[in-house]
Design a protein around this ligand. Structure first.
Ligand code: TRP
Ligand code: ZN
Length: 470
């Protein structure tokens, strides 16, 4: 956690600069000087993550990667709307060399400090203006080690590499507004040497072109995506391009070394997605699939949008978990990282529901095993309240997953099955492709049930330690 004090210090400096550079946006001055966009959006767990003063609508990433050299040469075209009159604005970028920056085709100056890349256009951007920032950059993208010791960012593998972004790793491979509150559409183009390797990303594969010794894959994500859910996986993949039984285009990429454990995966994806569409409401995206890699040092899977990433062949419950995130986390995205239980509690509860409906333990039994501590997954679940991870190192910890699911089970038992499943579907529908927070979820539960659920949430979601009774 040595990086926290320095992040805070950096944030303080940036806020100070923002204030001293301030000019009144509403003044009669015909050419407002504008102000500096802030170096953070106020996330309590990640103070400098994301940036204020603009809202990204589209990322166009053009990436050229050499799996042999591990070098990236790239251009990011970022289309955004200024939400204040901006003299300058920040992007988050970790490592890499920035070669050139422009705004609407005119050269812009830039400076770097830590993970903040500050762009100053030739003239200020008026509030409301839609602009395109173009950043040319290159270098060997780095693997980030998080406060919890897990790795993310750019992770090389035996046969390629993968870009992973939860919670902050996307800044290791492209500059952006890397906070979940700023979702955008994406076009990601990846060029590789023409030696049989495949580049897989989110959304729909629009084209695959070969020109001499190069091969280019163009991926399109129409629906808004939080940057931590963007991915590119490069490797020797077996591709299955098909359609689920429910009619969703499905593109699966399985590492040649993981084919044995993945023989049923295409059918399993279809079955899981169908079950979830019935349980949670319509699947929110235009395509689906999986990326099954061999990445033995990773130790986790990630719900990358439309196409979850697995570090090895997954079992069915892990598929259920990562696909549940497509509704809970990806389509409905937390407004702040402290709301992460809205992702993990829900995806974990989806596993309980799957087991209950597929000849496994029922949800009461799973709840009981956690309560008594007999279940291995119970380790550490009372360490902190699920709605209040104490620091970045505990963001993806047991209370958020297991006790988060226990909160949902308590709600289900308090309101009854009909209301509970109505709540899940209404949550997914109301906030589809948006951001939402814990207070909104509580309000929805109380509205749908007509009950005061304050004590339940106070005890199970916000209360310290193990509740007095199950
Ligand atoms: N969000 C992922 C999931 O639940 C898991 C995950 C991503 C994770 N990054 C992590 C778990 C880092 C522990 C540490 O599927
Ligand atoms: Zn999860």
């Amino acid at each position: 956690m040595s990086r926290r004090p320095s992040l805070r210090a950096l944030c303080g400096v940036a806020l100070l600069l923002a204030c001293t550079a301030c000019s009144d946006d509403g003044s009669s001055d015909k050419t407002p000087k504008g102000r500096a966009g802030s170096a953070g959006v106020g996330d309590p767990l990640f103070p400098t993550l994301g940036n204020g003063g603009y809202d990204v609508t589209h990322y166009g990433l053009t990436l050229d990667y050499g799996p042999g050299t591990r070098r990236l040469k790239a251009t990011a075209d970022i289309t955004a709307r200024a939400t204040a009159t901006l003299r300058s604005f920040n992007l988050d970028l970790a490592g890499l060399d920035v070669r050139e920056a422009s705004v609407d085709g005119r050269d812009a100056t830039f400076t770097r400090r830590g993970t903040e890349l500050t762009i100053t256009p030739k003239s200020p951007l008026a509030k409301g203006r839609i602009f395109k920032a173009t950043i040319r950059y290159d270098g060997a993208p780095k693997t980030i080690t998080d406060p919890d010791d897990s790795i993310e960012g750019w992770v090389p593998t035996d046969d390629g590499a993968v870009g992973l972004g939860e919670p902050t790793g996307s800044m290791a491979w492209f500059p952006g507004n890397h906070h979940p509150s700023d979702k955008a559409a994406y076009d990601i183009s990846v060029t590789l040497p023409n030696n049989g390797k495949t580049a897989v990303s989110n959304g729909v594969l629009e084209s695959r072109e070969e020109t001499g010794d190069r091969r280019t894959f163009k991926w399109h994500s129409r629906e808004p995506m939080a940057s931590y859910l963007a991915t590119v996986a490069i490797g020797d993949f077996e591709v299955t391009d098909t359609t689920t039984d429910g009619g969703v285009p499905e593109y699966d990429a399985v590492d040649h070394d993981e084919l044995d454990g993945s023989s049923k995966i295409t059918a399993d994806v279809s079955e899981v997605l169908d079950w979830q569409s019935k349980t949670f409401g319509p699947y929110p995206f235009a395509s689906t699939g999986v990326i099954v890699d061999r990445n033995p040092d990773l130790g986790y899977a990630l719900e990358t949008q439309t196409r979850p990433y697995f570090d090895s062949a997954p079992d069915t419950l892990l598929l259920v978990h990562e696909f549940a995130h497509q509704w809970f986390g990806n389509s409905v995205t937390p407004r702040s990282w402290k709301d992460i239980w809205l992702n993990e509690g829900f995806a974990t509860y989806a596993e309980w529901l799957w087991q209950e409906q597929h000849d496994g333990r029922d949800a009461d039994q799973i709840f009981r095993g956690l309560w008594t501590g007999k279940d291995r997954a119970a380790t550490g679940i009372w360490d902190f309240p699920p709605a209040a991870p104490p620091n970045a190192a505990r963001l993806l910890d047991a209370p958020v997953y297991q006790r988060g699911a226990m909160v949902l089970h308590k709600v289900r038992r308090a309101v009854g099955d009909d209301t509970f499943f109505d709540i899940l579907r209404t949550w997914a529908k109301t906030h589809r492709h948006g951001n939402a927070d814990t207070e909104q979820f509580i309000a929805l539960c109380e509205k749908k049930s007509g009950k005061d659920l304050g004590p339940l949430f106070d005890t199970w979601l916000y209360g310290k330690g193990k509740p007095a009774k199950p």
